[in-house]
Design a protein around this ligand. Structure first.
Ligand SMILES: *Cc1c(COP(=O)(O)O)cnc(C)c1O
Length: 409
């Protein structure tokens, strides 16, 4: 393959001043930007060019044949996108990273390039709505066997993997009921079968959880959410083992679901504050969950940071913060939910999550809009459940607004 992202070669110079030895907040600001940028720019330039031009035919040929570093065409590599990939790669601690037009592009390209007819995949019932549609419709149509297991049942996950499989696809915490999978245990089971493990780390972010450290082969994100953090750009990223990422890169090169330079710029701008935002959202998430958990009008709260969560001990072991996502159900019917949600101030009633603005919405119009009411019920997603994504507003203000709103339930 010709021009594999030059800004993306795995750097293993492990001295104490290397970027890989820095703390996540430093990495989020500097990774991929340590060397002088074009024109001495202090921030990453948006290289808005489809092809890259050469005066010297020999130099062009050398780059096209992969003998020299350089850029040929933005469906393959782009300098702005390359910085985004490098930042994500170092934050997750992987060998290679490649970016996509969206989280679903990252997920679908990964599954479609690593699986073939006759292969068997093990995953969980609670994967993101779009991902579960791939498992339920797209992959079976290609004669790929899919076994979706009860997310909270570690024994069932082990048993399904032990039957033999090519790939294990995990997501923790899950959307929207915040279920937790024991990463160490599931990945060990997968390794015993020689299966490739992929983890969707969108909810946790590399600030709270790094699946590659538990032995996962690949980790992926909807960068649209926390990585970008401002609800102004779509993107996805895949990070991990070089041989596997290269395979997916070859698929992306042909299928074309690339991240645009402008979106990469917006995501990079957002990522500079990733550590700040996520730490604040961890604190707010816990405070809001504790408030809701003791409120008489709230029937149930799902948040891995609550001692009452069935996998709180696992979450404590594998996460350094519990995140800004939670869900809860109000003690009333759908009309009560509509009154409550409709009356809230300083919150967007919208899909998506992980933004600086707080967002609220029922799964029937957000994460699981692709599913029928029966499919949602089978996942334990009641029609009065609400997903709540803490922004970076003041936690006391958010709690006061919820308190006021719950009076209408
Ligand atoms: C949003 C989301 C996706 C899909 O990402 P897009 O950028 O919307 O395509 C995948 N996984 C999780 C956990 C998500 O929240």
């Amino acid at each position: 393959m010709a021009d594999y992202s030059p800004a993306n070669s795995s750097a293993n110079g492990e001295d104490s001043m290397s970027i890989t030895s820095q703390k996540p907040s430093t990495i989020a600001v500097w990774a991929g930007e340590e060397k002088p940028l074009a024109f001495g720019a202090a921030q990453v330039p948006i290289v808005q060019s489809a092809p890259f031009a050469y005066e010297d035919m020999d130099e062009w040929a050398a780059v096209a044949l992969g003998q020299t570093e350089g850029y040929i065409y933005s469906r393959n590599t782009n300098p702005t996108v390359g910085v985004f990939e490098e930042k994500c790669r170092i934050l997750e601690g992987g060998e290679k990273a490649i970016a996509f037009a969206s989280g679903m592009a990252a997920i679908s390209n990964t599954l479609l390039s690593l699986l073939s007819p006759g292969d068997r995949v093990v995953s969980i019932k609670d994967s993101y709505g779009g991902t579960s549609r791939l498992f339920m419709d797209t992959l079976p149509r290609m004669q790929i066997e899919v076994d979706l297991v009860d997310t909270s049942d570690g024994d069932a996950i082990d048993a399904a993997i032990a039957k033999g499989c090519k790939l294990v696809y995990l997501e923790t915490p899950t959307n929207p009921t915040l279920k937790i999978i024991d990463l160490d245990r599931a990945i060990r089971a997968a390794k015993a079968q020689g299966a490739v493990t992929v983890v969707d780390n969108t909810f946790a972010t590399p600030i709270n959880q790094r699946p590659l450290e538990f032995g996962a082969d690949l980790v992926l994100h909807s960068a649209t959410k926390y990585l970008g953090g401002h609800d102004d750009a779509m993107g996805g990223v895949l990070i991990g083992r070089e041989d596997l990422v290269r395979k997916v890169y070859e698929h992306r090169e042909i299928c074309g679901a690339v991240l645009s330079a402008f979106s990469a710029y917006l995501l990079l701008r957002g990522m500079k504050t990733l550590d700040l935002r996520v730490k604040k959202q961890n604190e707010t998430g816990l405070a809001v969950a504790r408030f809701l958990n003791q409120h008489p009008k709230v029937a149930s709260v799902f948040y891995p940071g609550l001692e009452t969560h069935d996998k709180h001990d696992v979450a404590k072991r594998q996460m350094s913060g519990f995140g800004g996502m939670l869900s809860f159900s109000v003690d009333g019917d759908f009309d009560a939910l509509k009154r409550f949600v409709g009356g809230l101030k300083y919150v967007h009633r919208a899909a998506s999550l992980g933004s600086v603005n707080t967002l609220i919405g029922p799964p029937s119009v957000t994460s699981h809009v692709e599913c029928t009411a029966e499919q949602r019920a089978a996942l334990g997603i009641s029609e009065t459940l609400l997903r709540y994504s803490c922004g970076v507003e003041d936690a006391d203000d958010l709690i006061a607004q919820l308190d006021e709103g719950l009076k209408s339930v």
